[in-house]
Design a protein around this ligand. Structure first.
Ligand code: GLN
Length: 304
C-alpha cells in the first residue's frame, strides 16, 4: 500500500475544495494560530512514517489528550473506573452540563469534558506529579521527547474556565470528585495545552492500532482487550455530537480536539493524525474530517 501517494492525493484534493470553518476562540490564545495550516502524518505498524503538509508542526492537541489520560487511568483502575464514568455516547456538545444532573454526577463517557475531568481527578489521586507523568507517558508512547506544554494556551483557558469549573463543582456535589477543584483543573488545562506534531501524535496512538503493544515504547501499553475497549469508546464518543457522522463518513476510531487535530487508528494497519485549525459548529476540524473521509474511500477499507 503506497500510503505516501494516497495521503498526498488526499491533501491535494482537500486543498482544492477550499473548505472553511472557524478557529476556536473561546480559548482566546487558540485564535492566534495561522488558520490555513494543514498536515497529515501516518505511521504504519513497522514504524514507517508518511507525511504531507504541516505534519511536523506542533499544535495544541486539546481533547485528544483525553485518550492518553484515559489509557493511564484505565490501566490503573481497570473495570472499577466504570463506576465513575459511563461508556455511552452523549449526543451533546463536549462541554455540556445538562446530562450530568439526570445521571447523578456520572458523566456519559470519558471524552466529554465532564468525563475527562473525572479521569484527571483519578490521575491526581494516583500520581504525585500528574502533569510530569502525563508528559512522560506521551513521550514514551511517541518514542521521543516531543511534548511541550504551551503555557499561554493553558493560562488563556484558565482565564475562561467558567464552564469547566462549574462541571467540576457539579461532580464534587455528587461525590464523584476526590481532589481540590483548582488542582484538578490545573492538570486538565495542562494536558489540553500540550503541543505535538501530527507525526508524533500518530506515533503516540500506534499501540491502539497494534493490540496494545507500542513499537515505539517497545512494550505492551495495555492488554489487547483494553485496546479494543478504548477504540470502541473513540468510535462511539470521540467526536461528541458528531460521533455518528464520523463513523458514517470515515469509519475509524478517532478523537478530535478544538486545536483542529484528529487522531485515528485503523486496527492492525496504521495510526494517523490530521490537523487543520478551522472547525465546524460541533468543534471538529473541517479539513481533518474531510481528509480522513477521502482516505478511507481511497483505501477502500475502514473498520466496517
Ligand atoms: N480544553 C478544551 C475544553 O476543555 C478542550 C475541548 C476540546 O478539545 N473539545 O474546553
Amino acid at each position: 500500500m503506497d500510503y505516501q501517494k494516497i495521503i498526498e492525493e488526499v491533501y491535494e484534493e482537500v486543498q482544492s475544495e477550499n473548505l472553511r470553518g472557524k478557529v476556536a476562540d473561546y480559548i482566546p490564545e487558540l485564535a492566534n494560530v495561522d488558520p490555513i495550516q494543514f498536515g497529515i502524518g501516518l505511521v504504519d505498524l513497522d514504524g514507517n512514517v508518511f507525511g504531507v503538509g504541516d505534519y511536523e508542526v506542533p499544535f495544541s492537541i486539546q481533547s485528544i489528550s483525553k485518550v492518553h489520560t484515559l489509557v493511564m487511568v484505565f490501566h490503573v483502575f481497570k473495570s472499577k473506573l466504570w463506576s465513575r464514568v459511563n461508556v455511552e455516547p452523549s449526543g451533546n456538545p463536549f462541554n455540556s452540563i445538562a446530562q450530568l444532573e439526570f445521571e447523578k454526577g456520572i458523566p456519559r463517557n470519558p471524552f466529554i469534558n465532564a468525563g475527562a475531568l473525572v479521569i484527571t481527578d483519578a490521575l491526581c489521586s494516583k500520581f504525585e506529579n500528574p502533569i510530569e507523568q502525563i508528559s512522560n507517558y506521551i513521550n514514551e508512547l511517541s518514542g521521543k521527547s516531543c511534548v511541550r506544554i504551551n503555557s499561554s494556551v493553558k493560562e488563556s483557558e484558565k482565564n475562561h474556565a467558567e464552564r469547566n469549573t462549574a462541571l467540576a463543582y457539579f461532580l464534587k456535589a455528587y461525590q464523584n470528585f476526590e481532589n481540590e477543584v483548582d488542582e484538578v483543573l490545573d492538570v486538565y488545562f495542562s494536558h489540553c495545552a500540550m503541543e505535538m506534531s501530527c507525526v508524533d501524535l500518530a506515533r503516540s496512538f500506534s499501540f491502539l492500532a497494534n493490540d496494545g503493544y507500542s513499537i515505539f515504547a517497545d512494550r505492551e501499553i495495555v492488554s489487547e482487550s483494553h485496546a479494543r475497549r478504548i477504540n470502541a469508546l473513540m468510535l462511539t464518543c470521540g467526536f461528541y455530537d458528531e460521533a455518528g457522522e464520523f463513523a458514517f463518513r470515515v469509519g475509524l476510531p478517532g478523537k478530535s480536539g478544538v486545536g483542529g487535530g484528529v487522531a485515528a487508528v485503523m486496527p492492525h494497519k496504521f495510526s494517523i493524525a490530521v490537523w487543520s485549525p478551522e472547525l465546524n459548529e460541533k468543534g471538529n476540524s473541517v479539513k481533518a474530517i474531510r481528509a480522513l473521509e477521502l482516505l478511507t474511500d481511497k483505501l477502500s477499507f475502514s473498520l466496517f
